[in-house]
Design a binder for this molecule. Structure first.
Ligand SMILES: [Zn+2]
Length: 301
């Protein structure tokens, strides 16, 4: 059986690609075939079975640690508890409710400074887990905007960051608002890695803050829109425009309703993208109800 060694903060798929180079397999798929893994393209931002199965395959008995540190799994704990996420993975259910509203690309991201540093320190660049968090735009270590690699389309075409064509990659804008947002996403990810229950606690607190006076549909809709007016004046346009198409597309027909998307659409079989919760928590991050949960984690750490 092959043994895999991950670098700090390395995405599990990256570990696999390095192994293929190290063992001189002729292609990514030949290594995948050798270890009996399915070959479709792993989208790093999504909750996808390829990433889950890769984590299990390279974990060597430590699968939970590898999954939480080597993939974006923990951020999805905002959307559902682990058992529901596992069910969704097993049943290969769609894990991207209202994906069409999201504006950001969901391709592999990298930091040029990290690429240089990793080559110097460990001899090769690799894909970092925390550069792949949904909605993140900056490297926490270097504070610079990340690059998005062009879509590599198949597992076969997936390469390490140092081999990505820079001319075809796009760098996120230098924006202090996007940087603040990215710091926030990384912080919540760290909390969720440490404690699964934080996700549910944060969403419960959100529901408490964004309470409705009445259950009547017309009034709920009215309250949602009132909350959205408030959110739009208090959250940076850079962040909203980066995350949601509604804020950058002219003539958008239907108004974006983040409150409904995150908190009100019950009984859905799909898993909501964590960005819907992240943006609401980010908006209300200075409320005592949320600070209590986030600060508790800090003290416990
Ligand atoms: Zn970096």
């Amino acid at each position: 059986m092959l043994k895999f060694k991950r670098f700090p903060n390395e995405h599990v798929v990256s570990t696999l690609i390095r192994k293929r180079i190290q063992l001189a397999f002729p292609s990514n798929s030949s290594l995948l075939n050798y270890i009996s893994l399915s070959c479709s393209y792993p989208k790093p931002f999504d909750l996808c079975s390829q990433v889950f199965e890769t984590a299990q395959r390279i974990a060597d008995g430590n699968d939970r640690d590898v999954l939480f540190d080597g993939s974006t799994w923990a951020i999805w704990r905002l959307s559902e508890p682990d058992e529901i996420l596992l069910e969704a993975i097993e049943e290969k259910r769609n894990a991207n409710l209202r994906q069409g509203e999201l504006a950001f690309k969901r391709d592999w991201q990298f930091c040029l400074d990290c690429v240089q540093e990793d080559k110097l320190n460990v001899g090769v660049s690799y894909w970092h887990t925390d550069h792949q968090l949904p909605g993140i735009t900056h490297c926490m270590k270097h504070g610079c905007p990340l690059h998005t690699a062009p879509e590599m389309k198949s597992f076969e075409k997936l390469v390490l960051p140092q081999y990505v064509d820079l001319a075809k990659s796009q760098q996120h804008p230098f924006s202090s608002e996007l940087y603040d947002w990215s710091c926030f996403v990384a912080k919540i990810f760290d909390s969720l890695k440490r404690d699964e229950t934080i996700g549910g606690q944060l969403v419960d607190r959100l529901k408490r803050i964004l309470a409705f006076e009445s259950n009547k549909e017309a009034q709920v809709t009215q309250s949602c829109m009132k909350y959205m007016d408030q959110l739009e004046t208090e959250v940076s346009e850079d962040v909203l425009g980066y995350l949601f198409k509604y804020y950058t597309r002219e003539n958008a027909k239907r108004r974006l309703n983040l409150i409904r998307s995150a908190l009100l659409t019950e009984n859905t079989v799909t898993v909501r993208n964590p960005v819907y919760f992240l943006i609401l928590i980010y908006w209300l991050r200075n409320k005592t109800e949320l600070l209590e949960v986030i600060d508790d984690v800090k003290i416990a750490a």
